[in-house]
Design a protein around this ligand. Structure first.
Ligand code: G3I
Length: 322
């Protein structure tokens, strides 16, 4: 009898964000990705600063490694991300130019990257995190230089470069409450109504064990009501959102986390099949998660522990489709 895995059990693609350095250097990590997941996203390797470090220099070495790994192991690659206000190289943040120069920079970057991976990367987070917590447009370098319509043009540029790629708007905080969620859904709906080539919404879902089921359900169900494909694109569930430096992982905490993973998977599994692009966790094990280093605290947000073993959260994910 074949062993149960996430990819074999879930009725939609199950992905992980992958750290290319770990993929290269750590066979436990690599084997776990090969075994459990059928979709991968580069955690950092396809971001602007990674692939386009100076104006006329592209460096696809790590991204190529990831794409080759995916091909060799039969995994889908989701591209992250063509346009973001973070992880920009200095040459962009220091760039001096006219509006037309900035437009050219936006277009050139998007089309160079999408063309390079045409036929290898099936989908892209075209624009990431363009809306702020209060529902206004984030005051990013892109908004300042190009005005709000850069978002629609970013999608058009990506579509021109690869008409077959599925194009997503990706953001966090749909589950925080209505303010940011409504702004995001209004944005994607207006893009769709204008005929902009947008296929889906990425709900990052960097969430926490204390988040209410009602908020999580609203995030998923109201996004699905747009009719667009839904990718839960960066899922992790923090156990220590209050930054308690002395907290330790207990089986009781693990069970609460499992219940939350189960609820998210179950809710997602109930949206129409044709809209289920998949669920992606943001990295693989608790040792690799961005959360402990970013917030400088102990935390255990992912379904595998630092010893590459399945946690209760893993069973919670499986239970979501029972
Ligand atoms: O690779 C360098 C290394 O050479 C250097 O010594 C070290 C010192 O700071 O930095 C390393 O780069 C870091 C990189 O992660 C790899 O570890 C960057 O500083 C750091 O900023 C980067 O953080 C990433 C962050 O996005 C910013 O790009 C996180 O790993 C990544 O998990 C996080 O992912 C984001 C999504 O893209 C968008 N949604 C939110 C999510 C979490 O913040």
């Amino acid at each position: 009898i074949a062993e149960t895995t996430l990819q074999a059990t879930l009725p939609f693609p199950m992905g992980a964000a992958v750290n290319v350095s770990l993929l290269k250097s750590n066979s436990n990590y690599r084997n776990l990705v090969v075994k459990e997941f059928n979709s991968i996203t580069a955690e950092n390797a396809m971001k602007f600063a990674s692939v386009h470090p100076s104006k006329d220099v592209y460096n696809f070495a790590d991204a190529d490694y990831l794409v080759d790994f995916a091909k060799a192991n039969g995994k889908r690659v989701h591209g992250h991300t063509l346009n973001w206000y973070k992880s920009l190289p200095d040459w962009v943040t220091n760039f001096q130019g006219t509006t037309a120069d900035w437009e050219n920079l936006l277009k050139t970057h998007i089309q160079a990257v999408v063309s390079y991976f045409k036929g290898k990367v099936v989908s892209w987070d075209v624009v990431n995190e363009a809306i702020d917590e209060d529902g206004t447009m984030r005051n990013s370098i892109w908004l300042q230089k190009l005005g709000a319509d850069y978002i629609g043009r970013a999608f058009q540029y990506a579509h021109e470069a690869d008409p077959d790629a599925l194009l997503f708007y990706n953001d966090y905080g749909h589950e925080f409450g209505p303010t940011k969620r409504i702004a995001i859904l209004n944005l994607v709906t207006s893009l769709k109504n204008k005929g902009i080539p947008i296929d889906g919404i990425g709900l990052q879902m960097h969430t926490r064990v204390t988040q209410s089921d009602a908020n999580l359900a609203s995030a998923i169900n109201l996004a699905a009501a747009t009719g667009l494909k839904i990718h839960i694109s960066e899922l992790d569930i923090a156990l220590n959102p209050d930054n308690n430096q002395a907290l330790t992982y207990t089986s009781a905490l693990g069970e609460q986390q499992a219940v939350k993973y189960k609820f998210i998977v179950k809710t997602y599994n109930a949206i129409p099949k044709s809209q289920q692009f998949g669920i992606t966790t943001w990295n693989v094990t608790d040792a690799d998660s961005w959360i402990p280093s970013n917030y400088n605290r102990p935390d255990w947000p992912l379904p595998f522990d630092a010893q590459y073993q399945r946690k209760a959260a893993y069973q919670g994910i499986l239970d979501g489709v029972k």
